[in-house]
Design a protein around this ligand. Structure first.
Ligand code: HEM
Length: 457
């Protein structure tokens, strides 16, 4: 007997279905669907049928299905106006060609280089903050993450040379993000996006040409993309280099900034746990010491806090696919053409996966509890399966470094007491949150970290 389609959540309006509520308060809508029907429930967004699937087994099916049956390209097609056919926006065979190239950029020896750059950039920023003051944390870290990405991806020289203009253009491209409207409508935001892309082409053109002519002169992400594709006998065209760079910056910018900010906010809201973090920093990587890979892996309490933020405040909280064929999820059949979504906000708070799921309790990830290891798809802030985030280690390292360096040099205090989740078209982030800082007496601020301790430690 054919299985039924997912039951529709209450509150659907004629014609529009749940579209308005989805836009205004999708969290409440999802919670209601889950409360009414359990792990698989339906929504209607105007004439689009949607199935929301919850729970580790359904999440596993979502992530492990092939792109041919559950397409990632289709629901994110609106991003093509910004990044062309980069990564999973490309047809599947092209994606399979690009994937190893992108993975190569994040391999271990490259990561060591990036981690050094991250420390240099974060240190420079901390030095520039003076002895005390107040900052809006997400905005501030957002700029920092751009600098890190610029130095790692474009190289320090290029990043400094193109400077602010590049990032302003990047912002204008990002503002063209719109999942609903046709991307070529003559609207100011789309015109601005296209103008910014044209100017970026002008800026990056000569830089890419110079890189092609000097394959051994630079050691950064941009050079690696060009060299690796040349090694494989494929000359990657200039547009694809630009698209890849932009897509990677976009994938890693607001996401990392949001979760790094939440990590500091949660730590400041939980002084007992913060004390454990401070003690660990003092033992493993006190002020002035370079954070070598050996030290990095000993910063367990920070790593667990970062993971708890991934669980409780995921930047990318709603992932989508389109069913290209009928697919079964549990007791239901999701017909071809339906949009399928996983929702971290519910999936990360199932009490049989995570004890007292609403609480910030990073120790749940300590080896004797290891709640995230109960099921491979229980925690999925970075996705899973073939499309699992390529930049996960990059992002986790960056969040660890920002947290450690900031806490060991400054005493911090939350000025804003009630931070909420700000949801938009892009990544989630905290609502504006001000933090007061004062330099610690013990900090060794101006020491050049890269040479403080040999990197072989
Ligand atoms: C806290 C920061 C980050 C979060 C929360 C995050 C989250 C995610 C998620 C959930 C996916 C899977 C999307 C899906 O299945 O629909 C993904 C994919 C991806 N992310 Fe991240 N990401 C972060 C940082 C980064 C960084 C720093 C980079 C690169 C510099 C990056 C590059 C990518 C790429 C290339 C993919 C696509 C992988 C593929 O399809 O092969 N991400 N990310």
């Amino acid at each position: 007997m054919t299985k039924p389609t997912p039951p529709l959540t209450s509150g659907a309006l004629p014609v529009l279905g749940h579209a308005i509520e989805f836009q205004r308060n999708r969290s409440r809508l999802m919670q209601r669907g889950f409360a009414e029907h359990g792990q698989v429930f339906g929504l209607k967004l105007a004439n689009q049928n949607v199935a929301v699937v919850i729970g580790p087994e359904n999440q596993k099916t979502f992530f492990m299905e092939t792109d041919n049956r559950l397409s990632i390209q289709e629901p994110y097609k609106f991003l093509q106006a910004m990044f062309g056919e980069a990564l999973f926006l490309a047809p599947h065979d092209k994606y399979l060609e690009q994937r190893p190239l992108v993975q190569e950029l994040f391999k271990r020896e490259k990561m060591l280089l990036y981690v050094d750059i991250m420390q240099e950039v974060v240190q420079e920023w901390l030095d520039g903050l003076g002895d005390s003051g107040e900052i809006e944390i997400t905005e501030e870290i957002g700029t920092l993450v751009q600098k890190v990405a610029g130095d790692c991806f474009l190289g320090k020289e290029v990043n400094h040379a193109v400077g602010r203009e590049f990032w302003d253009l990047y912002t204008n491209v990002g503002k063209g993000l719109d999942p609903l409207l046709p991307p070529n409508l003559p609207l100011p935001k789309f015109r601005k996006r296209d103008k910014a892309k044209a100017r970026m082409t002008e800026i990056l053109g000569p830089i890419i040409a110079e890189r092609r002519a000097n394959p051994d002169k630079y050691n950064d992400f941009l050079q690696d993309i060009i060299n690796k594709s040349a090694e494989e006998g494929r000359s990657i065209d200039e547009e694809m280099v630009r698209n890849l760079l932009m897509a990677l910056m976009f994938a890693g910018h607001e996401t990392t900034a949001g979760q790094a900010a939440w990590t500091l906010i949660f730590l400041l809201q939980h002084p007992d746990y913060l004390q454990k973090v401070l003690a660990e920093i003092e033992t493993v990587a006190p002020a002035g010491e370079h954070i070598t890979p050996k030290r990095m892996v000993q910063l367990d309490h920070i790593a667990w806090a970062v993971r708890e933020v991934e669980r409780l405040r995921p930047s990318a909280d709603l992932l989508m696919r389109v069913a290209k064929e009928d697919i079964e999820f549990g007791d239901y059949l999701i017909p071809a053409g339906w949009l399928v979504q996983v929702a971290q906000e519910i999936g990360h708070k199932l009490p049989d996966q995570f004890a007292q799921p609403e609480q910030f309790d990073p120790i749940r990830f300590a080896p004797d509890r290891a709640e995230d290891k109960q099921h491979r798809f229980g925690l999925f802030g970075f996705g899973g399966g073939m499309h699992k985030c390529t930049g996960m280690n990059f992002a986790n390292n960056e969040m660890t470094i920002i947290t450690a360096l900031m806490l060991r040099q400054f005493e911090l205090e939350l000025v804003t007491q009630n931070t909420e989740i700000l949801r938009g078209l892009g990544a989630n982030r905290p609502t504006p949150t001000f933090i007061r800082y004062r330099r610690r007496e013990t900090a060794v601020p101006k020491q050049p970290l890269a040479t403080a301790v040999p990197a072989t430690d």
